[in-house]
Design a protein around this ligand. Structure first.
Ligand SMILES: [Zn+2]
Length: 358
């Protein structure tokens, strides 16, 4: 996959068969070779006109203008609205029920994604459109990007492809989509699903996701309250085998495992580790602390000591400040609608731990 949000658009390759697209009234260059049918889009197209509502396409500006006047999706995106907060909404559509739309969306997306074979088999995927609605005109909306997701993923992928269209990048919208994908996956099963994006990640995808994971983990570490109810003091948080006894005796520390963090955030262990490394807040535990931890839990074995590390909350806070991270998750539980709507707003957690409330 090749996400987009903080995507630093490299110089477009010169061998692209479609050089520019006109999406609604926006003109911008493409990034990669297209897979539009050659009988409809010639090998050397300077401008391809794409409907901003249904993504149907034409090389002919007149035909495009005529279509725009009678497009069936002029006032409402297809599918079902599943999230709505702060002017942004997310619409879920089934590739099987909206085949042509999904195919046209995929063809358009391929202009900005350097990979992938998912573009034809749209029936096996759900698509989540990120939509901005004009606050002064509820019938005027813009699709800003989307992510796709396999209906049945044996690898627990919560996302297959993600793209924020180039004119709308660098507005943190990729993080919004990634956050929605984790939320929805975590609510799919009673116990919550641990997952992540389909691999391998492109370089841009890796960067985008690493930053998203860092913020997700930073929020989790900063906002969580220990199971004992004690607010954590800015001390250290050894990441290791849980030990309630140890927690009671040492209120300045809480023992958690990487797996605990993964469970609470819906993230794979490897992604939690990537985030912790990226945050740069992990310190090796001192020998004395390792020994105490082992004595208290009585479970440490060879090799486990090596995994014992400390995370100081003050350092996480420092990272959050220096990266201008909003403490509150931009994806709000109360924004979810329909089958994903919160059952009881009173149970809602103010932190990511809310995922386990489902
Ligand atoms: Zn249209």
């Amino acid at each position: 996959m090749a996400p987009s949000d903080p995507a630093l658009c490299a110089e477009p390759p010169t061998d692209r068969n479609v050089k520019h697209v006109v999406l609604g009234d926006l003109l911008f260059p493409t990034w990669f070779q297209s897979i539009y049918p050659e009988d409809l889009v010639s090998k050397d197209t300077d401008r391809l006109y794409v409907c901003r509502w249904c993504f149907c396409y034409s090389c002919d500006s007149l035909a495009y203008a005529q279509h725009a006047r009678r497009c069936h999706h002029r006032t409402t995106p297809p599918g079902t609205k599943v999230y709505d907060h702060g002017g942004y909404s997310v619409w879920e559509l089934d590739g099987e029920c909206h085949k042509l739309y999904a195919q046209n969306l995929s063809l358009f997306a391929k202009l900005f994604l350097d990979h992938k074979s998912v573009f034809f088999d749209v029936a096996s995927f759900l698509y989540y459109l990120l939509v901005f609605t004009d606050p002064k005109d509820s019938d005027n909306y813009y699709v800003l990007g989307f992510f796709s997701k396999e209906k049945l993923s044996w690898d627990a992928n919560n996302l297959a492809c993600i793209l924020v269209f180039p004119p709308y990048q660098r507005k943190q919208l990729g993080k919004l989509l990634m956050g929605v994908s984790y939320k929805i996956s975590s609510w799919e099963r009673d116990s919550g699903l641990i997952g992540g994006p389909e691999r391998p990640l492109s370089e841009l995808g890796r960067r985008s996701y690493t930053r998203f994971w860092e913020e997700r983990i930073a929020r989790y570490l900063l906002l969580r309250v220990g199971k004992t109810g004690e607010a954590e003091v800015p001390g250290s948080v050894p990441l290791r085998q849980k030990s309630p006894k140890q927690s009671k005796r040492k209120p300045s520390h809480e023992l958690v495992t990487v797996q605990d963090i993964g469970l609470a955030t819906g993230m794979l262990t490897e992604d939690v580790i990537t985030a912790l490394k990226g945050l740069g807040v992990v310190e090796p535990a001192t020998p004395a602390k390792r020994r105490k931890t082992r004595d208290a839990s009585g479970e440490a074995g060879l090799g486990e000591d090596a995994a014992t590390v400390l995370i100081r909350k003050s350092k996480v806070l420092e990272w959050a400040r220096s990266h201008h991270m909003a403490l509150r998750d931009p994806v709000r539980d109360e924004g979810f609608l329909g089958k994903w709507a919160p059952h009881d707003a009173a149970e809602e957690s103010s932190v990511d731990g809310g995922e386990s409330d489902r």
